[in-house]
Design a protein around this ligand. Sequence first.
Ligand SMILES: Nc1ncnc2c1ncn2[C@@H]1O[C@H](COP(=O)(O)OP(=O)(O)O)[C@@H](O)[C@H]1O
Ligand SMILES: [Mg+2]
Length: 252
Amino acid sequence: MAFPLSVKNLTVAYQKKPVLEDISFRVPEGKLIGIIGPNGAGKSTLIKAILELVPSITGEVAIFGDSYKKTRKRVGYVPQRESVDWDFPTDALDVVMMGRYGHLGWFKRPDKKDKAVALECLDQVGMGQFVHRQISQLSGGQQQRVFLARALAQDAELYFMDEPFVGVDAATEKAIIALLMKLKSQGKTVLVVHHDLNTVKEYFDWIMLLNVKLVGIGPTEELFTKDYLQKTYGGSLTMLDSNTSPIIVSPR
Ligand SMILES: Nc1ncnc2c1ncn2[C@@H]1O[C@H](COP(=O)(O)OP(=O)(O)O)[C@@H](O)[C@H]1O
Ligand SMILES: [Mg+2]
C-alpha cells in the first residue's frame, strides 16, 4: 500500500533564498503528526509546496502514491488563519459547502445531501447556531471551527492544518484536538503545524522537527528530547533542566 505522503529531496526558495533544503520523509497511515520548529522554519511553506501552492526547485511529492492533481479530493487543508481574507463576504455555511465541491462532478451543483453534510459538520464543531453568520463577524476561535468543519465536510483521508490552535480559547482547542484524534481513529492521517511545545506529548503520536532542514521525524517519545529540540530551535530555546518534559521558556 502506498504511503499517504511521501516527499523526496524537496527544496524550496523564495527569491533564491532557500527556506526548505533537501527534505525527504514518508508518513505512515493513521497518525496524528505535529510539525514543530521555530518561526520561519518553513513549516507553512512545506505544506504549501506539497499542495503546489508555491513552486519547488527540486523534489518529488507523492500522495497515496500519486500526484496531488490526481489525489486532491483526498486531501484537506486548513490554512494559517492570518493568511485567509476574513472580509470576504460569505457566511459559515458557504465556507463549509466549499469543502463539498470536490465531491461534485462536472456541472453538478451542491444538492440537499451536500447541504445536510455541511450543516452536520458545523454542528459537530459547535457552530450549529452560526450557519448564516458572515465569517467576518465570527471570533477567531469560531472562524477556526468553521474551517475545521469545512475540512470535515470534505471527508478527506490526508489532512494538513496550519496552526489551528492559534487565537482560539481553551474550550475550542479541546474541541479541535478531540476531532483530530477522532479523524486519526478513523484511519486518517493528520499533519498539524504546532508551536506550543507544552502540549506536544499529549497531542501527537509522531512529530516532525523542522528548521529549513529536516531534523527528524518519528515517534514523539523518541524525538521529543532535549537534544533534538536544541538541534531544532538552537539558541532560541531555553530549557529549565528537569527529568520529565522540557519546560519551554521562549520557543518563538
Ligand atoms: N511569499 C513569501 N515570499 C518571500 N519569503 C517568504 C514568503 N513566505 C515565507 N517566506 C519566508 O520563508 C521562510 C519560511 O516561512 P514559513 O514557511 O512561513 O515559516 P513558518 O511557517 O515555519 O513560520 C521565512 O523566512 C519567511 O520569511
Ligand atoms: Mg507558518
